[in-house]
Design a protein around this ligand. Structure first.
Ligand code: PLP
Length: 375
């Protein structure tokens, strides 16, 4: 009989890193502690209360009155898919703005849903000119316009209110990817006219990956009600999910209880600090990082007015070995940063200052470490 070779496995002991990449970011200690609370049933009245609290806290963070605001069980991509699969039907015209990896993912999902896909494309590192989006919409009946608010693959911020206005002119819904923006910079769904938004827990919320907060405006809910075809995903079908998160509290899937404890705590951490204070801290640490990078003679990829405070893309100087620098940061300083994705592979470093990781000591330690590796 096979004996389980227990001695071949050492005790789980992951290294303690400083997570300054594109996500996951450092977890707030209060979040880890909350996650260790005893698991209760997903239909326990005490848990239902926690779910209601999470919805209220998320509404504050998203700055929305949308009743349909809750976390999907899954990572940010599940949030993206949940938003799209519930409103897009085969043959619908969908305009996707693509200036990085995550816009491309939205376009992929639109195609899989049988939409008539129109893409607006600009190079990685740039933002969209409104005229291009207006031209792509072209005054034609359009179901959805999709855009990434904070493109983690490039470090570019895209302003949303003007795009919402363009979308609404043809009665289209505006879908915004807020995975990296939520908790790190203002996200004002109602004031900006965003109809569908999704995020992820592992960036500026300082939570482990695994949940995707989403919000659906009344117009988005109407689009769901007006569907002629059944939602093609069982797991992400909002009409069924909402029986658990809303009215009936009927079993749909087993909610990840302890992850939700963590999210509740993470939202409290952000809201207790205060939204303005949180955003100001992200901006301050970003400015300090940029000042240090430029003082070292290095260059940022993105123009100053388009830069994200929580995701900084640094151009790798000629002759510097990308992999060797990132390995040295990890091995010698326990600091994780990200490399470039897609068109930017090998060309940039992506340095995250997200949530709990957006701290002055992280900026100073990273700059000192990078300088000593490069010298
Ligand atoms: N959108 C953006 C802007 C992201 O940065 C990410 C992840 O990095 C995603 C979507 C996908 O999220 P996940 O990897 O959690 O599925």
């Amino acid at each position: 009989m096979n004996q389980f070779p227990r001695n071949d496995f050492s005790q789980l002991n992951p290294p303690v890193r400083t997570l300054m990449g594109p996500g996951p970011s450092d977890i707030h200690p209060r979040v880890l502690q909350a996650m260790a609370a005893p698991t209760i049933g997903h239909l326990d009245p005490a848990f239902i209360r926690i779910m209601d609290e999470i919805k209220t806290l998320l509404q504050s963070l998203f700055q929305t009155k949308n009743d349909i605001t809750f976390p999907v069980s899954g990572t940010g991509s599940a949030g993206m898919e949940a938003c799209m699969v519930n409103v897009v039907e085969p043959g619908d015209r969908v305009v996707i703005c693509r200036n990085g990896v995550f816009g491309a993912r939205m376009a992929d999902i639109a195609q899989r849903l049988g939409a008539e896909l129109v893409e607006v494309v600009v190079p990685f590192g740039e933002a969209f000119d409104l005229g291009m989006i207006e031209e792509a919409i072209g005054g034609k009946p359009t179901k959805l316009v999709g855009v990434v608010h904070a493109e983690t693959s490039t470090g570019v911020c895209q302003a949303l209110p003007e795009i919402a206005a363009l979308a609404h002119r043809v009665d289209a819904l505006l879908l915004a990817d807020c995975v990296t923006s939520l908790g790190g910079m203002p996200v004002n769904l109602d004031a900006w006219g965003v109809d569908l938004a999704y995020s992820g827990t592992q960036k500026c919320l300082s939570c482990p990956p695994g949940l995707a907060p989403v919000s659906f405006s009344p117009r988005a809910v109407q689009a769901l009600k007006d569907r002629k075809t059944k939602v093609v995903s069982w797991y992400l079908d909002l009409t069924m999910l909402l029986n658990y998160w809303g009215g009936e509290r009927a079993y749909h899937h087993t909610a990840p209880i302890n992850m939700l404890y963590g999210l509740r705590e993470a939202l409290l951490v952000v809201l207790e600090e205060g939204l303005e204070a949180v955003y100001a801290r992200h901006r301050r640490n970003h400015e300090a990082l940029v000042a240090g990078i430029e003082a070292m003679g290095l260059r940022m990829l993105v123009e100053p007015q388009l830069r994200l405070p929580q995701l900084n893309t640094i151009v790798i100087p000629d002759g510097v070995d990308d992999g060797a620098v990132r390995r040295a940061l990890l091995q010698d300083y326990n600091i994780e940063i990200g490399g470039g994705l897609g068109a930017l592979k090998g060309k940039v470093w992506r340095v995250g200052l997200m949530g709990h990781a957006s701290r002055r000591e992280n900026v100073v330690t990273f700059l000192a470490a990078l300088e000593s590796i490069l010298s």
